[in-house]
Structure formats: structure tokens, C-alpha cells
Design a protein around this ligand. Structure first.
Ligand SMILES: NC(=O)c1ccc[n+]([C@@H]2O[C@H](COP(=O)([O-])OP(=O)(O)OC[C@H]3O[C@@H](n4cnc5c(N)ncnc54)[C@H](O)[C@@H]3O)[C@@H](O)[C@H]2O)c1
Length: 373
């Protein structure tokens, strides 16, 4: 396959991660043509130009629609705030581009449905930025579960916590606007849902409680603005095979920096993982003598694929940006028509439906079933 021409919209936190991934995917994997970094869009021309210089893009613009008309752009990374994803992803697909869109798809379910419809009629590839499923540890946990290493799984808990909104005086910004979605659900819960999907399949039913720890936040220009969504979510779930599930998400959990703690309990053992210690996991099995049973800690190593593509030494560790490089490689595989471990818009929409079911459950105070299709 010829080298892909890359367009990037947004150059904040995630925009830089995408740029690093596009820069590194060929060097890390060695089996794909080096992408050509063609055209980058930011909210203003000066920032766009300086980011293009830093990230290595040939052209920059303050109008993201310029990327649609650029014949050299094959794929567009959409890394803007949530409320812009639908408009940008749909326009990109309609212009014949492949799309790599940050999570969530869109705050409104109807917009997410339009995104999937646009992908289907375009025939192009569209995948979501669910980087945590790419951790080699997560792939290995999946194979352990499939092999029956911990027997029949009956209970799973996953908690996602960070503290960037823990300070009641942290300034109001787009993540507290209703336009960005429900809050902890669109921002955080979608990630644990992506992990659950990669291990067990999509959630079937939920009952949820949402909480808003702070009613308002200071505005940078003075005064205060009411917080329009919920920073905390607590959810009970039913997973495929009758697995009982718990999902907790909190954007205001002091001391938590990037916690995504997974606990999987089965009839013959347990598996624990935490993204804050993303290069290890704990395994407990009932094999051997009871007197020596206990959790063992396993460090990632070249046999946990594709760790070996980054570094030959065991226990030296990958980082967050490496997950984005793996995600990028999976996107290129999908574009090449090969099997791809990624969450396309079809599975992405199912995750959106799960989030909306959680919000509905909270509004109505009852379990909500999530339709399979
Ligand atoms: N996958 C992950 O782990 C992960 C982590 C953080 C954020 N995200 C997602 O990434 C998206 C962006 O979040 P972020 O934290 O990078 O935000 P950010 O605020 O750091 O960056 C957003 C960028 O988009 C730019 N932008 C806004 N409107 C634009 C427009 N019309 N044209 C061009 N550029 C525009 C802004 O100027 C800014 O540079 C969100 O949807 C968020 O949910 C994903």
C-alpha cells in the first residue's frame, strides 16, 4: 500500500498524541510505508503554523474544511472537543477520507448514528481512539481468559478515576458543558466500556447513578458558571454470559492520575490490572498448593505482542503514547483490508448506546436493556 497522506484537526492533548503516532508508526512496526504528514488544522492560523512545524506537517490552516479539499489527504485524525466530532468526521467521510476519531463519537446519539451511516455509505474506514484496548497487557489478559486460566468469569469491576476536575476552584471549560455530553459517562465510562468489549463483548443492561460534586466553577474572565454535567458515575451492569459487572468513573478523584483499575474474577482465579501501572498485571490461580497461593505480578515483555516492536528488553515498559502508535498500526491494517483490533464506528455506536442507556437509567431510576443492533 502506498504511503497514506495524513490530515490532523486539533493539536491539543490528543492532537499531539495522534501526530506522534503518525510520526512513529513506520519506525516502530517496520511493515508500513511512512505516512506523509500533509495538512494540519487548528483554531487559528498562527497556532496551526507553529504546530505544523513542530509535528512535521507540510501545510497548515485555520479552516479544517481545507483538509477535505486536499487531494493528498487520505486519512483525517479528528482530535477536537466532543461536540465537533460528528460534523468533522461526517464531512471527512463524505470527502472520501478515512477517519481516526477521538472518543466519544458525539454527545447526541442521533449524531453518532449519522456518523456510522456516513461511514457505511462512504465505504471508508472509520475507527475510534480507544487506546487502552491496545495495551499488550490487555491482549494477554484476553488470551488468558479465553484459555480458561481463571475458569469461568462471573464478576468484573472496572474503575476509571482522575483528579483533573477534583479542585472545586478548577476553571470551567468545555468538559463541564452539556454540549460535550453527560460528563463522566462520555469522557471516562466509554474507556472502561471499550475494555469490557475487548474482553467480553458489549454490555447488555445497566442501572446507573450520576453525581455532581460541585455545582459551579469559576470562569477565567470572572464570575462563575453552573456545571452542566456529572463528574461521577456508578453503574451496575449485566455482561454477556451473565457476568455481573460494576463500572465506576470519577473525574474529581483526588490522587488518581490515570487510574483504570480492572478486576476480573473467575471460578479458578482472578486477574487485576491498573492503567497507572500499565506494564504489569496480577494473576491468581488455584493451581498448586494452597500454602503458596497468592497473586503473582507479571511484567510486560517481548512475548506480550506487540511490545517486541518497541523494545527487545523485558520489563522496560511502554507508555501511553505507545498505545496510540499501536492504535495507528491497527487503523492502517483496517485501511489495508487486514484484520484490525480496533473499535470501528459500528462498535463505537454500541458504546455510545451503552452510555445513553446509563443516563436514561439514572433519569428513570431503573435497569435499562441495551438493544444488540
Ligand atoms: N483517547 C484518550 O485517551 C483521550 C484522552 C483525552 C482526550 N480525548 C478526547 O480527545 C478530544 C480532544 O480532547 P483534548 O483533551 O485533546 O482537548 P484539547 O482542548 O487539549 O485540544 C483540542 C484542540 O482542538 C482545537 N480546536 C477546537 N476547535 C477547532 C476547530 N474548529 N478547528 C481546528 N481545531 C480546533 C483546539 O484549539 C485545541 O487545540 C476529546 O474528544 C476528548 O474526549 C481522548
Amino acid at each position: 500500500m502506498k504511503a497514506l497522506g495524513i490530515g490532523l484537526i486539533g493539536t491539543g492533548y490528543m492532537g499531539k498524541c495522534h501526530a506522534l503516532a503518525w510520526n512513529n508508526v513506520s519506525a516502530v512496526f517496520g511493515d508500513v510505508e511512512r505516512p506523509r504528514l500533509v495538512h494540519l488544522a487548528e483554531a487559528n492560523a498562527a497556532l496551526a503554523a507553529s504546530r505544523a512545524r513542530e509535528f512535521g506537517f507540510a501545510r497548515s490552516t485555520a479552516d479544517w474544511r481545507d483538509l477535505l479539499a486536499d487531494p493528498e489527504v487520505d486519512v483525517i485524525s479528528v482530535t477536537t472537543p466532543n461536540q465537533f466530532h460528528a460534523e468533522m468526521a461526517i464531512a471527512a467521510l463524505e470527502a472520501g477520507k478515512h477517519v481516526w476519531c477521538e472518543k466519544p463519537m458525539a454527545p447526541a446519539l442521533a449524531d453518532a448514528e449519522r456518523m456510522l451511516a456516513a461511514q457505511r455509505s462512504s465505504g471508508r474506514v472509520a475507527v475510534m481512539g480507544y487506546n487502552y484496548i491496545q495495551n499488550p497487557v490487555m491482549r494477554h489478559i484476553r488470551s488468558l481468559i479465553d484459555e480458561g486460566a481463571i475458569g469461568t468469569v462471573n464478576h468484573v469491576r472496572v474503575e476509571m478515576d482522575e483528579d483533573f476536575m477534583a479542585d472545586p476552584e478548577a476553571p470551567f471549560y468545555w468538559k463541564s458543558e452539556a454540549a460535550s455530553g453527560y460528563g463522566a459517562l462520555d469522557d471516562f465510562a466509554v474507556h472502561p466500556l471499550s475494555l469490557l468489549w475487548s474482553l467480553f463483548g458489549h454490555v447488555e443492561a445497566v442501572i446507573a447513578s450520576l453525581a455532581k460534586p460541585y455545582a459551579d466553577r469559576p470562569l477565567k474572565e470572572g464570575g462563575r458558571r453552573a456545571v452542566e454535567n456529572h463528574d461521577i458515575a456508578s453503574v451496575l451492569m449485566r455482561l454477556p454470559g451473565g457476568i455481573s459487572g460494576v463500572l465506576m468513573a470519577n473525574r474529581s478523584a483526588w490522587g488518581r492520575k490515570g487510574r483504570i483499575a480492572l478486576q476480573v474474577y473467575g471460578s479458578k482465579g482472578s486477574i487485576l490490572f491498573d492503567q497507572e501501572r500499565m506494564n504489569e498485571f496480577q494473576l491468581y490461580t488455584v493451581d498448586g498448593r494452597a500454602s503458596e497461593q497468592g497473586f503473582s505480578t507479571i511484567l510486560t515483555a517481548p512475548h506480550h505482542k506487540p511490545y517486541d516492536r518497541f523494545i527487545p528488553a523485558p520489563g522496560h515498559g511502554l507508555g501511553f503514547n505507545d498505545l496510540k502508535v499501536i492504535e495507528c498500526r491497527e487503523l492502517i491494517a483496517a485501511i489495508s483490508g487486514m484484520a484490525s483490533h480496533s473499535i470501528d464506528f459500528n462498535h463505537g455506536l454500541r458504546i455510545e448506546k451503552s452510555v445513553h442507556a446509563m443516563a436514561q437509567s439514572f433519569r428513570e431510576g431503573r435497569w435499562v436493556e441495551i438493544a444488540a443492533a
